[in-house]
Design a protein around this ligand. Structure first.
Ligand SMILES: *Cc1c(COP(=O)(O)O)cnc(C)c1O
Length: 422
């Protein structure tokens, strides 16, 4: 295989029309004269240049008009979440009313399980992927306890086969079959945060529904990364944060998806709050909660305008670039990264699946002869921003909105040097 070098990488950057989006983000400050190579968009996306302007506009409205801002301006605060539904829905492949921007990822996960995890004596199991993100594990275990159940009896963690790192799709289906009527909920990530494996939401959802269980997903590492189709896939619910691939800033407001077949059932039990009430009567302060249709009916509190303004800046970029074009660029970039890593002669191992359809942009790398932490530290010295996850994985994520082919090439040169100086 020909491993394309620096000239090729530069030519890609020059030829790809999506390269222009890099200039729509703030540039990180140089450290000792070196511009950082930022490969950490899986953890915190960079700041769109328009974020400051949109956040300042809301601060300004508040300063000038106080409470009147709820009903004034281009996007009145009272209904600020509404114009975000369309762009957010396009990112996850949903209908606008199936999506709402609210709260935080883990908080939304609890809210969704309150509605969709309704255990009975026969059907009470929750299946999650092995090595799920700790917050998700805490959430499902605590939901079991909230129902007076023992998490050890409830939570089924699906492990990869001995000697393998990622789960096989057919094993997921077989495990769901095996749990059968005991299974209440399958709660998977869209992309596993550690291995970078992308799950087949359509297949998992179909398998869960096949045994009468619900299918919910944590899209923390999938939203803004994969081309999703939550509506078509029939997913029951999904939650995600927006500070990773969706560039909304630290602790940004999160996302929530409820399929329309549930969103149109006002009788579905939920953790209610006044902001989920029908907006036509919200301020009449009715004594009985009457939920708004769609995902917006799960809102609890009035909306955090400043983080929503920040998210708006990023969603504008997604709309302008288009999710499928970004995904196509992402597949090319990550494919290039994998090709270069393969050229390092076996010093590092890639644990992320090799097929583009089974991964997002992230690649998880392991040093074959150990010393992963030392390699990571040497990369950091060289100006790479990426992260290290115990016990031995370096995660790097070339993000199609702002990374370049040249950065990928430079990263692999630094890795080559790091992996050979021990
Ligand atoms: C990032 C991440 C979280 C973080 O949850 P917050 O509630 O936003 O703090 C949870 N789960 C997964 C899988 C994540 O990747």
């Amino acid at each position: 295989m020909v491993i394309e070098g620096l000239e090729w990488a530069r030519a890609q950057d020059a030829a790809d029309p999506l390269s222009r989006f890099r200039g729509r983000f703030e540039a990180l400050e140089a450290v000792e004269g070196v511009a950082p190579i930022y490969l950490c968009g899986n953890s915190l996306g960079l700041q769109p240049r328009r974020t400051r302007e949109l956040v300042l506009a809301e601060l300004d409205l508040w300063a000038r008009r106080g409470v009147e801002g709820h009903f004034e301006g281009e996007w009145p605060w009272y209904s600020y979440h509404e114009p975000l539904q369309g762009p957010m829905a396009r990112v996850v492949g949903a209908r606008p009313e199936e999506v709402v921007v609210m709260g935080s990822l883990t908080g939304n996960l609890h809210a969704m399980m309150a509605s969709f995890y309704r255990p009975t004596a026969e059907r009470f199991k929750i299946m999650i992927e092995g090595s799920a993100f700790p917050s998700d594990r805490y959430a499902v275990a605590s939901q079991a306890r909230l129902h007076g159940l023992d998490p050890a009896q409830v939570v089924v963690e699906l492990q990869a086969r001995p000697g393998e790192v990622v789960l096989r799709e057919e094993d997921i289906e077989a495990a769901i079959e095996e749990q059968g009527e005991r299974l209440a909920l399958v709660m998977f990530g869209g992309v596993n945060y550690y291995t970078g494996q992308a799950f087949d939401l359509h297949r998992i959802t179909a398998a869960a529904h096949g045994v009468g269980a619900k299918a919910g997903f944590d899209l923390a590492h999938a939203a803004g990364n994969l081309a999703l189709s939550l509506h078509e896939d029939g997913v029951d619910f999904a939650v995600w944060c927006t500070y990773k691939y969706l560039n909304s800033g630290p602790g940004g407001v999160a996302g929530l998806f409820v399929h329309e077949r549930h969103g149109s059932s006002p009788g579905l039990p939920r953790q209610a709050g006044w902001w989920g009430n029908d907006p036509a009567t919200r301020f009449e302060m009715p004594s009985e909660f009457a939920p708004q249709r769609g995902a917006a009916g799960w809102q609890v509190s009035n909306a955090p305008i400043l983080p929503m303004a920040a998210l708006r800046a990023s969603l504008e970029l997604f709309d302008e670039a288009g999710v499928s074009a970004l995904r196509a660029r992402s597949e090319r970039m990550t494919g290039y990264l994998v090709g270069l890593l393969d050229g390092l002669g076996g010093r590092v191992e890639i644990i992320t699946p090799r097929e583009a359809s089974r991964r997002g942009c992230q690649v998880s790398i392991r040093a074959v002869s150990g010393g992963g932490r030392a390699i990571f530290e040497s990369l950091v010295k060289g100006g790479v921003v990426c992260d290290f996850r115990s016990p031995d994985v370096i995660r790097v994520a070339p993000v199609p909105l702002y990374n370049t082919f040249e950065e990928i090439w430079r990263f692999v040169q630094l890795l080559k040097e790091s992996a050979s100086d021990d």
